[in-house]
Design a protein around this ligand. Structure first.
Ligand SMILES: Cc1ncc(COP(=O)(O)O)c(C=O)c1O
Length: 459
C-alpha cells in the first residue's frame, strides 16, 4: 500500500492527545486538557488556526515567533517545494554548499558593522552554544555574564545562562563560571567585568520571558563597558530578531554593534529548524585557526539546503511585504489599544512592548472582595489569575495566548507580523471584555478557579 500522510492523519486525528499521554509528555498533555487548550487544529493559514469543527482561532503565539510571516506563506511553500523538486545534492558534507553561502551573504548584509562570518546550526540553543564556545575560544576567558529573567535555551550549555530558577531546578550542578547581573544595573556589570575574566556578556536586548525592556542608556553603556574590559557582547536575537520589534534586529533600537548575534525561529519561515550565529571574522578565525581545525565545531544538519532555501525565501518576503515596517506600525496601534486598558482596569498593571511583542502585566485589584480572590489564586499558584485570563481569551474569544513565563502575572503576545487593523481591534476588545468580566467575582473569569481545582484533583 502506498504511504500517505494525509490518510494517516485522517485515520488517527482523534488520537493526538492520547498518543502524547502515552508516548510523549503526559504532564503537558494533561495541562492542555485542564486549561481547555486540547483542540484538534486541522489547518493553519496566516494569523489563524482552524479546528476540526471549523472554528477559527487567532494565534498570538506564532509558534513562539517561528511564524513571523504567518502560517503557510505561499512564497515559503513554493520555495520549499522547489528546493525538494530540484533534487539538489543536499548535505554532501565535503563541499561548500551554494545556498548556505547565499544565505550567509544575505544575513551579513543585514547585520550591524563588522559581523561578517556565519555559523549555521539547527536551534536557538544550538546557536547560543556556538556563541559561548566561540567567545571562550576567542578571549581565552571562561566567565559568562547574563541577565536576570534571561532565556537562552534549555540545553546543558545554555541552562546556566537561564534566569528562571524553575528551569534550572533538578538539573544541577550546571556548568560553572556563569554569573547573573541585574538589568539596568551598570555598576554591577562593571564590577563583574573589572575582574578581567569575563569572556562575554550574553543578552536579549528585549527579554522574551516577561517582555522586559532595559532603560535606554543601559545597553549602549553595557557595550562600552564590555569593550573597555575586553569582554564580547553577544545579542541573542533568536526570538526578537527577524523583524519582530519593528527592526530587523532588536539591538538596532539602541544602535548596538555587538560582537555576535544569534538568530533562529522565524529565519526558516516555520517549516524546518534553522539557526545562525553571526560574528566578527576575527572571532571565527580564532576557532577555525588551522586547516586541521577546520571542522572543530560543526553540526550535521547545519547548512542543509532546505533550511537555507527557507531562510532566503523568508528574507525575501520580509522585504517584499515590508513586514518589518508593518510590525512597527501595527505594534504601535496594538500597544496603544492595550495601554488604554490600564486606565480602565486596576488589575492591568503595565503594558509594554516594541513592535509586535507586547507584555501585559497583571497585579492585585483594589476592591476588597477581589483582593481576597487574587490572594487565594496567588497562594494556590503564582500567576494563576493570568492563567484565567489566558483561558478566558481562548474559551470566549478563540484567541491563543500563554502566560509569559513561570510564576509571573504576564501575558506575552507574539502575533505574526502580517496582522492588520481587524486583528488589533479583535485583540484589544477581547482583553477589554475579559478584564470587564474579571471585575466581578461571580463572573466567568473567576469561575475558572473552581473548575481548575476540580480538574487538577481529578487529573
Ligand atoms: C532568546 C532565545 N534564545 C534561545 C532560545 C532557544 O531556542 P530553541 O528553543 O530553538 O533552542 C529561545 C527560545 O525561545 C529564545 O527565546
Amino acid at each position: 500500500m502506498a504511504f500517505s500522510i494525509a490518510q494517516l492523519i485522517q485515520a488517527r486525528q482523534d488520537e493526538q492527545y492520547d498518543l502524547h499521554l502515552r508516548y510523549i509528555n503526559p504532564s503537558f498533555a494533561r495541562v492542555q486538557r485542564i486549561i481547555g487548550f486540547d483542540k484538534t487544529y486541522v489547518r493553519g493559514e496566516g494569523a489563524y488556526l482552524w479546528d476540526a469543527q471549523g472554528n477559527r482561532y487567532l494565534d498570538l503565539l506564532s509558534g513562539y515567533s517561528v511564524f513571523n510571516l504567518g502560517r503557510g506563506h505561499p512564497t515559503i511553500q513554493q520555495a520549499l517545494q522547489e528546493v525538494i523538486a530540484l533534487e539538489r545534492p543536499n548535505l554532501v558534507k565535503m563541499d561548500c554548499p551554494l545556498l548556505a553561502g547565499l544565505l550567509a551573504e544575505a544575513l551579513v548584509k543585514r547585520m550591524p558593522p563588522g559581523l561578517e562570518a556565519v555559523f549555521f546550526a539547527n536551534s536557538g540553543a544550538d546557536a547560543v552554544d556556538t556563541a559561548l564556545k566561540f567567545a571562550r575560544a576567542a578571549t581565552q576567558r571562561r566567565r559568562v555574564l547574563y541577565l536576570d529573567h534571561a532565556f537562552h535555551g534549555l540545553t546543558l550549555g545554555t541552562l546556566p545562562a537561564n534566569g528562571g530558577a524553575q528551569f534550572r531546578q533538578g538539573f544541577e550542578p550546571l556548568m560553572p563560571a556563569f554569573d547573573a547581573v541585574e538589568m539596568d544595573d551598570l555598576a554591577a556589570l562593571e564590577r563583574e567585568l573589572r575582574k578581567g575574566d569575563v569572556a562575554c556578556f550574553l543578552v536579549e536586548p528585549i527579554q522574551g520571558k516577561g517582555v522586559y525592556i532595559p532603560r535606554d542608556e543601559y545597553l549602549p553603556q553595557a557595550q562600552r563597558l564590555c569593550r573597555k574590559y575586553g569582554a564580547l557582547l553577544i545579542c541573542d536575537e533568536v526570538q526578537m530578531g527577524m523583524g519582530r520589534t519593528g527592526r530587523f534586529l532588536s539591538c538596532e533600537h539602541w544602535g548596538l554593534e555587538p560582537d555576535m548575534v544569534t538568530l533562529s525561529k522565524s529565519l526558516s519561515g516555520g517549516y524546518v529548524p534553522v539557526s545562525a550565529c553571526i560574528m566578527r571574522r576575527g572571532l571565527h578565525d580564532k576557532v577555525f585557526n588551522r586547516l586541521e581545525r577546520s571542522q572543530v565545531h560543526s553540526t550535521t544538519f547545519g547548512q542543509n539546503d532546505v533550511s537555507m532555501a527557507m531562510g532566503l525565501a523568508t528574507l525575501h518576503v520580509l522585504d517584499e511585504e515590508k513586514l518589518i515596517e508593518r510590525a512597527a506600525v501595527m505594534g504601535e496601534k496594538l500597544l496603544a489599544g492595550l495601554a488604554a486598558l490600564k486606565d480602565k482596569y486596576d488589575m492591568v498593571l503595565d503594558v509594554r512592548g516594541k513592535g509586535l511583542v507586547v507584555g501585559i502585566e497583571f497585579g492585585p485589584p483594589r476592591s476588597l472582595g477581589l483582593k481576597a480572590a487574587w490572594a487565594a489564586a496567588e497562594a494556590a499558584q503564582k500567576g494563576l489569575f493570568t492563567q484565567f485570563v489566558v483561558m478566558s481569551l481562548m474559551r470566549d474569544h478563540r484567541i491563543l495566548t500563554q502566560v509569559g513565563g513561570p510564576d509571573v502575572n504576564i501575558i506575552k503576545l507574539l502575533p505574526p507580523l502580517i496582522i492588520g487593523d481587524d486583528e488589533v481591534q479583535a485583540i484589544v476588545s477581547a482583553f477589554d471584555a475579559v478584564m470587564a468580566e474579571a471585575q466581578h467575582l461571580t463572573g466567568r473569569v473567576w469561575g475558572l478557579m473552581g473548575n481548575l481545582v476540580k480538574q487538577a484533583v481529578r487529573g
